[in-house]
Design a protein around this ligand. Structure first.
Ligand SMILES: [Zn+2]
Length: 107
């Protein structure tokens, strides 16, 4: 889909929506985000840290739509209440390398 061709019907071009509006209280429009983090001071100043901006690719021919998360490596997974890493069964080496790096950063 990111290549500009629909994987379902092979049409091109597709629409890339760089942020998806989320309308909450009072119809105020915000971008759809997976995680926001702020100290009390940051919250008061409206300067929260934002992670996981959701984006869409939409086929104008058949309507097939794919979600993507911008900058996924920045997601603070261990701070997100309902998130966990799911490793493939054959990924023991990658997992060990990841956990070693994580432990180094904790020191
Ligand atoms: Zn299509």
């Amino acid at each position: 889909m990111k290549s500009g061709r629909c994987p379902k019907c092979a049409a091109t071009p597709v629409v890339h929506l760089k942020w998806v509006p989320d309308r909450g209280d009072g119809e105020i429009e915000h971008e759809m985000l997976l995680f926001r983090k702020a100290t009390v001071l940051q919250a008061l100043m409206g300067k929260e840290e934002k992670y996981g901006l959701l984006q869409l690719y939409i086929c104008q021919s058949c309507g097939f739509t794919e979600w993507y998360t911008a900058d996924p490596r920045r997601l603070p997974v261990h701070e997100m209440e309902d998130a966990e890493l799911v490793w493939a069964d054959d990924a023991a080496e990658e997992r060990e390398a990841y956990e070693t790096l994580r432990d180094i950063h904790k020191r």
